[in-house]
Design a protein around this ligand. Structure first.
Ligand SMILES: Cc1ncc(COP(=O)(O)O)c(C=O)c1O
Length: 385
């Protein structure tokens, strides 16, 4: 059924039923393992909306339903981290003896999972350059079960042509899985463009406050049963308090993302004009190689991007990073505070490796001028010990 309202409104209304909770605006935190049945007949019928806390509570269900609506999916499951969402999705759609094709630009721990656990269980992975559609086509074998995409790529931000890759995969019965954490369901709707399964690290923009780890996997109609089955067998669940935090993050996602995007672009343009910077990797910049596909398929940008410095001695990089006032150094992103980290890239397919250090920025909600002043001081330290 076509929705009558926009995502921004869904963010406010989804998963809320105030008058089922004495008028309280937010769905309360339900902490439940045991859920009681009033009669033997009810116990046997198992038709109550909630049966056991691991499976769902009103709080987790509210979050699942909101995400399903935003992703244009059929069912969503919640897991305790973004990585668990990546691994659950993989486990749900391949088995011993299968072959899978994975983007070479995928999030490092996802790659590690393929190279260790999946390999041990007899599943072979081929990595292909994210944007080389011919290589994806050539990688297909009789036993290829899935394509795993992440667009834009982790650290290097290549934008993949999802509709084209889906068209390659579909005639072979290959499922398309995609990590959509960079864009969130607000800026990119993979299930509308040919993907079967979409993964979100809720830890990032949806949580938005650097105090929560969680992941979600949303499936289309054909993929929903296999996903629910694996999720149930693995006994994955999230607590009510965490689901509440994720719902709270969701309410302000559109407003925060606009600001992250604006500040990110301001920083990216400013960095692009610096003589110390050789390249800015940001799909919303017109000269980025992925810009046209990004413009065609995405509804906006988030605030995560990277830039490459000219080759420099390691201590110059340390001088640049040490002493930053507003940028923290930490291995996450998508929170309200700005972050910067040097990127460690592991690639096995054809790739034009950076000559100098690559730094990833997560633009926070601070005032852009303050962030620029902080970077300007970093460049001064970089130049002069
Ligand atoms: C693209 C992407 N997917 C998944 C994850 C994993 O999320 P989490 O840290 O919640 O496990 C991350 C974390 O950085 C990520 O960047």
């Amino acid at each position: 059924m076509k929705k009558s309202h926009k995502d921004e409104t869904t963010l406010v209304t989804a998963g809320r039923e105030p008058f089922a909770h004495f008028g309280a605006v937010n769905t309360p935190v339900f902490r439940a393992s045991t859920i009681l049945f009033p009669t033997h007949a009810a116990l046997k019928a198992r038709t109550q909306p909630f049966i056991y806390g691991r499976r769902a509570t009103p709080t987790t269900r509210a979050l699942e339903e909101a995400l399903t609506e935003l992703e244009s999916g059929t069912r969503t499951v919640l897991v305790p981290s973004g990585l668990a969402a990546c691994t659950l999705a993989l486990l749900s759609f391949c088995k011993a003896g299968d072959h899978i094709v994975v983007s070479d630009g995928v999030y490092g721990p996802t790659r590690h999972f393929c190279d260790t656990i999946l390999r041990r269980w007899g599943i072979e992975t081929t990595y292909v350059a994210p944007c080389d559609t011919a290589a994806w086509r050539k990688a297909i074998r009789d036993n290829t079960a899935l394509f795993y995409l992440e667009s834009p790529s982790s650290l290097t931000f290549e934008v993949q042509d999802l509709p084209l890759l889906a068209a390659e995969a579909r005639p072979h019965g290959i499922k398309i899985l995609i990590d959509n954490t960079w864009a969130t369901p607000l800026l990119f709707k993979p299930l509308e463009l040919g993907a079967d399964i979409v993964i979100e690290a809720i830890t990032k923009y949806i949580g938005g406050h650097s105090d929560l780890t969680m992941g979600s996997v949303t499936a289309n109609k054909d993929a929903a049963d296999a996903l629910l089955d694996m999720h149930g067998h693995l006994g994955l669940t999230v607590g009510g308090d965490d689901a509440y935090l994720a719902l709270r993050g969701l309410r302000t996602l559109a407003t925060r993302l606009k600001r992250h995007a604006e500040t990110g672009l301001t920083l990216a343009r400013w960095l692009g004009a610096r003589p110390e910077v050789t390249r800015v990797l940001h799909p919303a910049l017109p000269d980025d190689p992925g810009h046209e596909i990004w413009r065609r398929d995405f509804r906006g940008t988030s605030g995560l991007f990277a830039f490459e410095l000219k080759p420099c001695p390691p201590d110059a990089l340390s001088r640049f990073l040490d002493g930053l006032q507003h940028f923290g150094m930490g291995y996450s992103w998508g929170g309200f505070e700005s972050l910067i980290v040097p990127a460690q890239i592991a690639r096995t397919a054809a790739y034009h490796a950076p000559q100098g250090p690559l730094l990833r920025i997560s633009a926070g909600l601070e005032e852009a001028g303050d962030l620029i002043a902080d970077l300007e001081a970093a460049f001064a330290r970089f130049a002069a010990p």
